[in-house]
Design a protein around this ligand. Sequence first.
Ligand SMILES: [Zn+2]
Length: 107
Amino acid sequence: MGMIRCETHGLTPLIMTSPDLAALVKKRLRDAEAEIFSVLYVYLGTVAMAFYPSKDFADAHSLRACVGPLPDELDEWSRETVPCCARCFERAFGGEFGNDHQWRRAR
Ligand SMILES: [Zn+2]
């Protein structure tokens, strides 16, 4: 995970998400309903890149939730994803990122 400067959280971990979810985070929603996919790429035994698109974005780009090897070149869809504060994202959608980088909705 890289870092981002968030107005609320200061210097904080960033995640990459789809523009539709990023727009919801900007509205400062709390525990909003959203189906979120974890698309994780592993390099040298650890998750090197992680994307958290909405189901709509995933469907539009024929993406599936996966843990796979880092491709030589990322697909076109990855350029449409945007950086977002991980903590704001967790708050907006009522879940958390696990140590395995998987998104989990809290019960
Ligand atoms: Zn934040």
